[in-house]
Structure formats: structure tokens, C-alpha cells
Design a protein around this ligand. Structure first.
Ligand SMILES: Nc1ncnc2c1ncn2[C@@H]1O[C@H](COP(=O)(O)OP(=O)(O)O)[C@@H](O)[C@H]1O
Ligand SMILES: [Mg+2]
Length: 254
């Protein structure tokens, strides 16, 4: 069998919904009976905190694996069936520590070769285009770009698309494809609708049909260390994220 479907949540902008998507997609897929590994690849460790884990007191996880100090299996935590590679404080130093390492762009890809028993790997990227993000792009099969339907939403995106293209050129057909997830959508806002039209026109089938609506429960859930499915299972947020997961399973990459 082919390895897991590896997906990176990327956008150089902060606050667009990368972490929220990574967490709720990972949990949503487990509810659909998929085996999932979710990786917190952002030194801010927001995903780790959102899972109710105590990031500052965790032993080095993903960074220790990438430096070859720990086998992948020893670094993974099991949270009610969801496999988690949390971020500890040492992740912040990783980019400088690896600066002179040959093959430094493909360390994550190499590590994930050992993740054979899951069907999905979901990577939450930092809001930057540094070595961590490059490692995620090299490792993944698809980049999911969360996008808010606001003024300047597309600004800065061309840089990410260029970076994805560069990785594709370097790694040939194994380079990642990408799709856009419309997030924090509010149908009452005319600007949201106008920008949604523009985004669909520009990216066509690369835009998920499922739209994640603005939903207060989504913003509240992390402070309880819960996904939207535990915190508010009957909310719009839970409905949208489950629909998104179903669409992911149904529709192959473009
Ligand atoms: N659909 C949504 N409805 C309401 N709030 C949301 C939604 N998606 C994300 N948020 C909130 O927006 C903020 C930024 O989201 P986050 O996922 O942390 O972005 P990023 O990881 O891109 O920085 C967080 O406070 C989060 O709870
Ligand atoms: Mg984040």
C-alpha cells in the first residue's frame, strides 16, 4: 500500500485558521474511522496547547525526531486514538540548528517514511516561509491553504504558490499540489461574498466546496483543550469540519 496522505496547512499569514483546520480536520478524520497523525510544526505550539497539552514541559518531539535523536514511534503521543507529535520549546531553535545540515529540506519527509500505519498525516505549519515550512512542503502530497474571504486575503499568497512551484520543480511529480479552504465565512458580509466569487473564479476546482463558517464555538473550543466535535458537536463548526473531511476523502487532489 502507498504511504499516508500527507497534508500541510500553510499560509504565511497568521490568524487565518491553519491551526484550527489542522486540529479539526485531524479529529474529524478519526471520527470517519481514519488513522491520523497530526504534527504541530509551529514553534508557537498553538496546536499542542489546543489539544490541552502542556507545551513548555514536553520533551522535544518532532525536532528530536528530525535531528535523529529519537525514533518517530517514541515521540508520538496517543490522544484518544489520534496520534500527535506535539511541539515543545526546542522547536524554535531547529531552523538555526539545521542550517548547515545537508539535505535539511527533506528531513521531515525522511522521518515520515516511518509513519506507515496511519492513512493521513496533517501538518500545522508556522506563519512563515522558513526551513520548517519548506520541510513540510517537501514532505507533503497536498498543501491546504486556509483563506479568509477578506480584503487582502490573496495578498502574499503568490509567494506561497511560488514556493510550492519551486518545490514541485525540484522534486518533480512528487511535489505537492494545493487546495484552498475558505474559512471564517460570514454570508451576511457582502465583502465575504464578493471575495468568495473572486477566489472561486481564480482557483476553480482547487477551492473546497465546503466552506467553514464563522462560528464562536470554534474559537472557544481550544481553551478547553477540545476539538469542535467534543466541545460543540451540534454546532455549525462541527458540521462544516465534518463536511470538509468527507469532501477530502471523496475528492482527490486537483
Ligand atoms: N471558523 C471560525 N470561526 C470563528 N473563529 C475562528 C474560526 N477559525 C479560526 N478561528 C479563530 O481565529 C483565530 C486564528 O485561528 P488559527 O487557527 O489560530 O490561525 P493560524 O493558525 O493561521 O494562526 C483563533 O482564535 C481561532 O480560534
Ligand atoms: Mg497557527
Amino acid at each position: 500500500m502507498a504511504g499516508p496522505d500527507i497534508i500541510a496547512l500553510c499560509n504565511q499569514k497568521g490568524g487565518v485558521g491553519k491551526t484550527t483546520c489542522a486540529l479539526n480536520i485531524a479529529v474529524g478524520l478519526t471520527l470517519l474511522r481514519k488513522k491520523v497523525l497530526v504534527i504541530d510544526f509551529d514553534p508557537q505550539a498553538h496546536l499542542t496547547y489546543s489539544l490541552g497539552l502542556d507545551a513548555p514541559n514536553l520533551p522535544g518531539a518532532i525536532d528530536a525526531v528530525m535531528k535523529g535523536e529519537k525514533p518517530l514511534a517514541d515521540a508520538i503521543l496517543d490522544l484518544k486514538g489520534l496520534q500527535v507529535l506535539p511541539a515543545g520549546p526546542s522547536l524554535a531553535k531547529l531552523e538555526t540548528e539545521l542550517a548547515a545540515r545537508p539535505g535539511k529540506e527533506s528531513l521531515l519527509k525522511d522521518c515520515l517514511a516511518g509513519a506507515a500505519d496511519v492513512s493521513y498525516v496533517i501538518i500545522d505549519c508556522p506563519p512563515s516561509a522558513g526551513l520548517l515550512t519548506v520541510n513540510a512542503l517537501v514532505a507533503c502530497r497536498e498543501v491546504f491553504i486556509p483563506l479568509q474571504m477578506e480584503f487582502l486575503a490573496l495578498k502574499g499568497m503568490s509567494r506561497l504558490l511560488t514556493l510550492i512551484e519551486d518545490v514541485r520543480k525540484t522534486y518533480g511529480t512528487n511535489g505537492p499540489s494545493y487546495r484552498v479552504i475558505p474559512t471564517r465565512y460570514d454570508a451576511r458580509k457582502r465583502l465575504n461574498n464578493a471575495i468568495m466569487d473572486k477566489v472561486r473564479e481564480r482557483f476553480g476546482p482547487r477551492v473546497f466546496r465546503t466552506v467553514i463558517r464563522e462560528n464562536i464555538a470554534i474559537a472557544e473550543a481550544p481553551s478547553f483543550g477540545q476539538s469542535i466535535f467534543e466541545y460543540a458537536p451540534r454546532s455549525h463548526g462541527a458540521e462544516d469540519y465534518l463536511d470538509l473531511c468527507r469532501e477530502m476523502i471523496r475528492r482527490r487532489p486537483v
